[in-house]
Design a protein around this ligand. Structure first.
Ligand code: BV8
Ligand code: ZN
Length: 251
């Protein structure tokens, strides 16, 4: 199975990756629906919504500050690094991710499409103010705030991520869908495939005649349409794939 998948990836002309929370699990970041996917007694779905923010912005900010701190302690794991390798080898043309943890870019991936935003970006709830905290160096400031306010207009700031019930960013979504239409292979890594419209990506590849390769520790909603299901941890499977591809290319 590994050899066959490596050959398919090595010979592909337009392979893309589609990733979810599972690819960051081995970096110590809790997934959404796994057993560790809880924060206090809440599920992310209850807190990652505009209604929750309206009702209790302090609680929602506590949740996001907790996640920022977890992500700051995290490093890209061998799975993120393997995908960056595959991009360098000219195999993976883009990583389309549902994750907001910045770890694909930290691992060296260049062409990363963030469908659900980025936890290190904040935006104003009223004016167009937006800030990437890693650029402005204000992460510590943010973590010290109970209710961060816009420096422009004084309104509440919020994480620049897509909450449930909110539309995905137009540009990223259209780019992701058009890449999926052209892709001859999609490497689906660490996603339960339940969140839409992101979860359409593998279906679009399939419908356009592409091959679906899934890497997950257990079957997901995508598995029924997967041509190959590599069961296991992404941090173990992806580096093995890179090794196999290297061997195949050097034959
Ligand atoms: C929209 C950012 C419309 C925030 C996220 C009913 C009511 C209300 C809404 C809906 C509904 N039915 C459908 C919807 C739509 C809704 C949706 O799909 N809900 C689902 C839950 C049913 N979608 C939306 O609301 C979207 N917006 O539809 O708007 C609209 C349109 C136009 C105009 C206005 C409005 C917005 C969805 C985006 C939500 N934001 N994140 C934040 O992060 O704080 S989603 C969140 O879930 C994360 O992005 C996460 O990545 C994503 C998906 O989850 P997964 O990544 O798959 O993670 P999960 O934990 O589920 O799975 C982990 C997998 O990894 C597992 O399979 C596990 O086995 C595997 N794994 C674990 N360890 C490993 C591993 N695999 C490999 N190796 C390992 N080591
Ligand atoms: Zn403002």
């Amino acid at each position: 199975m590994f050899r066959e998948v490596s050959k398919i990836l090595a010979k592909s002309s337009m392979a893309i990756a589609f990733t979810g929370a599972g690819i960051s699990a081995e970096s110590g970041i809790p997934t959404f629906r796994g057993k560790d996917g809880l924060w206090r007694k809440y599920r992310a779905e209850e807190l990652a919504t505009p209604e929750a923010f309206k009702r209790d912005p302090k609680l929602v900010w506590e949740f996001y500050k907790w996640r920022i701190k977890k992500i700051l302690e995290a490093r890209p794991n061998p799975a993120h690094i393997a995908l960056a390798e595959m991009e360098k080898m000219g195999i993976i043309k883009a990583v389309i991710t549902q994750n907001v943890d910045d770890l694909h870019k930290e691992a060296g991936s260049i062409n990363v499409i963030e469908l659900h935003g980025n936890i290190f970006r904040i935006k104003c709830t009223s004016c167009s103010y937006r800030e990437y905290l890693k650029e402005t160096g204000r992460i510590e400031w943010l973590l010290s705030q109970e209710l961060p306010k816009c420096p422009n207009c004084g309104s509440f700031l919020r994480p620049d991520v897509v909450w449930f019930g909110e539309a995905l960013p137009e540009k990223e979504l259209t780019t992701a869908f058009s890449l999926a239409k052209k892709a001859d292979v999609v490497l689906v890594v660490g996603t339960s495939g339940v969140v839409y419209p992101a979860a359409y990506i593998p279906y679009i590849v399939k419908e356009s005649g592409g091959i679906v390769v899934e890497v997950n520790i257990e079957p997901s909603s995508i598995t029924p349409i997967a041509d190959f299901f590599l069961r296991g941890k992404a941090g173990e499977i992806l580096p093995r794939l890179v090794g196999e591809i290297r061997r195949y290319l050097n034959e």
